[in-house]
Design a binder for this molecule. Sequence first.
Ligand SMILES: Cc1cc2nc3c(=O)[nH]c(=O)nc-3n(C[C@H](O)[C@H](O)[C@H](O)COP(=O)(O)OP(=O)(O)OC[C@H]3O[C@@H](n4cnc5c(N)ncnc54)[C@H](O)[C@@H]3O)c2cc1C
Length: 489
Amino acid sequence: MINLVWLKRDFRVEDHAPLYYSQQNERPTLFVYVIEPDYWQLPDTSARQFEFIAQSLRSYAQALEKLGGYLCVRMGDVVELFTKIHNKYPIDTLYCHQETGNDWTFSRDTRVFNWCHTAQILVKQYPQQAVFRGKLNRDHWQRKATHWLDSPTLPPPSKINSLLNFHSGLTLLDKYSGNDSFTATEMQSGGIAEANKTLNSFFNYRINQYLFGISSPLTSVTSSSRLSPYLCYGVLSLKQVIKQATSLRVDKRQKAGFIARLHWHSHFVQKLESEPRYAIQAVHKSLLNMRNDEFDAQLFERWKAGCTGVPFIDACMRMLNETGWINFRMRAMLISYASYHLWLDWPQTAAYLARTFVDYEPGIHYPQIQMQSGTTGINPFRIYNPVTQGQKYDAKGLFIRKYIPELDHVPHCYVHTPWLYSALKTDQYDKPSCLPDDAARRAKHKISEYYQNHIDMTETQRVIKTHASRMKNKRKKSTQTTSAQLNLL
Ligand SMILES: Cc1cc2nc3c(=O)[nH]c(=O)nc-3n(C[C@H](O)[C@H](O)[C@H](O)COP(=O)(O)OP(=O)(O)OC[C@H]3O[C@@H](n4cnc5c(N)ncnc54)[C@H](O)[C@@H]3O)c2cc1C
């Protein structure tokens, strides 16, 4: 009999519960990662995410080998592959981390665990965030989360009892099985060494600029921690990063701002875990049909390509397309612009953004998308003015000029509003379909009319009870001295 460690989004050897606990018995262990072609066909997945995973898995294989373990990579359906393995090497226990993914991964997990049950294989699943399965009362979440985050982290095992004595199938990582070629030319690299390098540079130097720099797309590239892809694919342990951050001797406000966001990670993922509908439908049931009667495909294409005619929006989208990352405020502005100014329903825009993000984490992504699109029914409308945002966070227009060379010749006073510059030819850079102020006015009118006529307050109470943070009042007090970004939540 063997142990099977099933890797999903957890490519590290430190604080890795499945790896650690699988070595507490005498059985040899097989470490498996399965490339699932059906997953990589989904509209919210992309080649850039696969590339990051492939890099991280290669580095994981090296780390495992140092402990005496070897990695097996296969491509196909997980249940079919596990059945084959089980026929050859009977599996006693399947060890894995709990995953809060999209609808597809949830049904895949259900199939795998049902199969284990039928084949009488024991399943040991461990959380890697402060996220809890099953019906959860939000009043108790904070206490449970604190308890879990305070519990000790696990060391890597000193030695691995491996079934294999060689890595198998690593070359499959060179063969992406998805349906797009959406790679990012300048994306962050995956792997344990890269993760540690990023973490160390942030903790040793960059954290001092954290709250000053995170709002602008220019400065956030270095001021923000840039840990998101390492956290979402489990190259770093969230718990370990929180513990390390807590013991840092740096400016208290910078440290508190960073740690607060690490806690938000689990707070948001818990929303999707508690209500998986978040990924497919408006969470407030009265708002299910708010935007579904009109979807302008042409506007959608212009938004995706960074060609809406509004320079700050377009520069942000082009940066995202090229690098696979942009800061929080600009993500919020991009989706808000699509949902309000362009009145595009969020499921398609959310899938596109997910595909652009190397750090796509469904549990953060969908709740954020719905908050910024006004479909939770409990968050205030966030209709950003892209011109004033641009003037505030890119006062000199450097960011715009970096990503929109068509505007090189436009005088500085028009760089945020080129539609006012009469010498601009439309074959160089399009005019917006509707001026931002007019589009915002129209959206406010539509949304308040819809809310007035359709909102069911019982449903609003249900959403508050299930999902709202119980930290609200405390947080409001503390934000007065920290960052304006906190107010967005
Ligand atoms: C529409 C929208 C979609 C988003 N989708 C994702 C996503 O798919 N994956 C993702 O990791 N983040 C997502 N975010 C949250 C946030 O933008 C990113 O976590 C952040 O920009 C990543 O950069 P960083 O690691 O340098 O962040 P830092 O500011 O350095 O934060 C450190 C970590 O805290 C967590 N964090 C930060 N902000 C938030 C937040 N608002 N909510 C929850 N956790 C947070 C992340 O794990 C992040 O890596 C989204 C935000 C919006 C508005």
